[in-house]
Design a protein around this ligand. Structure first.
Ligand code: S3P
Length: 178
């Protein structure tokens, strides 16, 4: 089946553990689009993983790298782009993706985020002395939820939902089957 979407760049935003990568891959496959994950592109360009970048360059260094990647990837066509959970903190990133992309906010409860990220070692903001990862996720959501909503053309709740159904919902709302 071929699809024609509202824009040729679909951007997934939302917190860690929202399912951006999983949903993005399925969505891209359905559409015959390329799937890109801004975190993976940062790692490829830097030749190091995200925990290393946070360790050596701090969060600020990571955010600078992220801004360059978001700017570049916002020019892509026939692409589904998953963005890191903190990428919407910077106004310039919000501007770039809203200029060129159709933005989908995958909204998820803190409980679900906590559950989906609990075994993960690749997210520096949830590591270290944090047995308080739940509080960290909670505090981040308080600050970031309005920013995700601000950029979103569509908000979808991914809690307790089969991810394939989320993809079907996105296709129905955003793309016409030809
Ligand atoms: C971050 C989320 C991560 C990654 C980095 C920082 C955040 O991406 O960019 O660890 O600030 O929420 P995911 O949302 O893909 O986990």
């Amino acid at each position: 089946m071929s699809y024609s979407c509202k824009k040729e760049l679909l951007v997934l935003v939302g917190p860690m553990g929202a399912g951006k990568s999983t949903i993005g891959k399925i969505l891209a496959q359905e559409l015959g689009y390329e799937f890109l994950d801004s975190d993976k592109v940062i790692e490829e360009r830097c030749g190091a993983d995200i925990p290393w970048i946070f360790d050596v360059e701090g969060e600020a260094g990571f955010r600078d790298r992220e801004a360059v990647v978001i700017k570049d990837l916002s020019m892509k066509k026939k692409t589904v782009l998953a963005t890191g959970g903190g990428a919407m903190m910077r106004q310039e990133n919000r501007d770039y993706i809203t200029r060129t992309g159709y933005v989908i906010y995958l909204n998820t409860s803190v409980e679900q985020q906590f559950h989906r990220t609990s075994k993960d070692k690749n997210r520096p903001l949830l590591q270290g002395e944090n047995d308080n990862a739940f509080d960290v996720l909670s505090n981040l959501m308080e600050v970031r939820d309005p920013l995700y909503r601000d950029v979103a053309d569509l908000v979808i709740d991914t809690d307790r939902k089969n991810l394939k159904l989320v993809v079907a919902r996105i296709l129905q709302d955003v793309c016409d089957a030809g």
